[in-house]
Design a protein around this ligand. Structure first.
Ligand code: FES
Length: 81
């Protein structure tokens, strides 16, 4: 089963760089040939705007920024696949 990582693309998270977060995640996944294992999806506002960029994996909630994407990938994605 693919790991589904959902990034909020609501307006507040968008202003905080959700687009870069999505692009960066896609690049890292591509570089590591993980397209079969990880899926990046977008979602509308999760009601946690002040914590943006909001990212969820299953029921887990994470606050990610373009600067912390790599760390997030290492700690939360790589450890799950
Ligand atoms: S815009 Fe992302 S939580 Fe509201």
């Amino acid at each position: 089963m693919k790991l589904r990582v959902t990034v909020c693309i609501g307006s507040s998270c968008h202003l905080k760089g959700s687009r870069q977060v999505v692009e960066e995640l896609r690049n890292i996944i591509e570089d590591n040939c993980l397209e079969d294992k990880v899926e990046i999806a977008g979602t509308f506002c999760l009601g946690q705007c002040q914590k943006g960029v909001c990212v969820t994996i299953g029921d887990e909630f994470y606050s990610v920024s373009p600067d912390t994407v790599e760390e997030f990938f290492k700690n939360e994605i790589q450890t799950r696949i």
